[in-house]
Design a protein around this ligand. Structure first.
Ligand code: ACO
Length: 335
């Protein structure tokens, strides 16, 4: 049995910055409301026609991660692509990455676990590496939210939160059982599937029905979120799954070098920080600049923490996420 460790990280954010003041011009909202409830100051949105898509952003982040790993695309044995906003309904975006990187025959699998997508993808990569089936695995989290949000007052409770972007990590095998991913914990609770969801289009309502209805008031094509219910569940599940990880890894909370929570809402991250009694230096947040980028939020934040020298050899890193499904999970990494 091998362990897996991250040897390369990369990120890509679209250049177009959308501030809270920009949103004030198109819907009834305010910088004060958004900052007070979420901590977000600005987010990035793709500009239609700028050449970006979910897979294109993923490729940009992946190229940086592969280069930093000291590898070439042909060294990648397996691609895992986490997203809730794939380029197409099908096929998944992973195969588009494989084609763009020109890696012949490389298996590519999409992971549809929303905000927990990157944590699920890392745990999956870890299992394939542990068993020896693959050596180098590329894991991408990428989201193109802005094209599918209701940017009117009707959709303001969701549309002010989400942003576009991508992050990527390259994992490889190590024979040192004391480094890399030490454990991961994954959970889901499908009874709350519709509390945070986008239910149309779906297989109960295929295209002819959608087209014939032609109803601009049909909000099932926009994401729905029962915000307060999600918030209440998030703080409980984050805490539980981080605690589980600490117990399995044999770490104490004061051992945590860097906690990188999924960037859902700064208030959730602050609640978790307080609950574990962590200092500001032990928690990484960048939601104020990018909003919630769902499956991309952890790899973007991890890349930035690494670039800033806050994650170095020996750092005990905790990744944790909660989101639509409900799904949640944690990964403990000895860097
Ligand atoms: N600007 C101004 N006012 C707004 C906005 C806005 N953008 N959005 C909602 N409001 C109003 C509401 O209409 C409501 O007004 P009312 O009192 O007159 O009815 C008021 O603000 C309060 O609305 P709430 O929804 O109760 O606000 P809340 O304090 O719950 O904050 C938020 C909303 C930020 C969405 C919060 O509930 C939250 O962060 N929830 C968790 C989000 C999360 O973690 N998601 C998981 C990840 S996402 C994923 O997995 C895809």
């Amino acid at each position: 049995m091998f362990n897996s460790k991250i040897i390369g990280l990369g990120k890509y954010l679209p250049e177009n910055i959308v501030t809270n003041a920009d949103l004030e011009k198109i819907m009834e909202t305010s910088d004060a409301w958004i900052q007070e409830r979420t901590g977000i100051k600005e987010r990035r949105h793709i500009v239609k026609g700028d050449g970006n898509s979910t897979s294109v952003m993923g490729v940009k982040a992946a190229k940086i991660a592969i280069e930093r790993a000291g590898l070439t695309p042909n060294d990648i044995d397996f691609i895992l692509f986490a997203t809730l906003s794939p380029d197409y309904y099908f096929p998944g975006s992973g195969v588009l990455v494989q084609e763009s990187l020109a890696i012949p025959d490389c298996p590519a699998m999409d992971i549809r676990m929303q905000c927990s997508g990157f944590v699920y993808a890392l745990a999956t990569a870890d299992q394939f590496i542990k068993t020896g089936m693959y050596k180098n695995v590329l894991v991408i989290g990428s989201e193109y939210h802005s094209g599918g949000l209701d940017m009117t007052t009707r959709g303001r409770n969701i549309s002010v939160i989400f942003g576009d972007g991508a992050g990527a990590a390259v994992l490889t095998r190590t024979e040192n059982s004391n480094e890399g991913i030490l454990c991961s914990h994954l959970h889901s609770e499908g009874k709350y599937a519709e509390e945070l969801s986008l239910i149309g289009p779906n297989t109960g309502r295929w295209v002819p029905e959608i087209l014939s209805a032609n109803n601009p008031d049909d909000i099932s094509y926009y994401p729905y979120m029962n915000g307060q219910f999600v918030f209440k569940n998030a703080v409980v599940r984050f805490s539980e799954v981080i605690h589980k990880g600490l117990v399995t890894a044999g770490w104490k909370k004061e051992d945590i070098g860097m906690l990188i929570p999924h960037q859902a809402n700064l208030r959730i991250a602050q609640f978790v920080q307080k609950k574990f009694g962590l200092s500001d230096d032990q928690v990484y947040n960048n939601i104020e600049r990018y909003g919630n980028t769902t499956a991309a939020s952890i790899p973007i934040a991890l890349t930035e923490a690494w670039e800033e020298g806050k994650v170095v050899q020996g750092t005990k890193v905790v990744l944790a996420a909660f989101g639509s499904g409900f799904t949640w999970g944690s990964v403990m990494i000895q860097w």
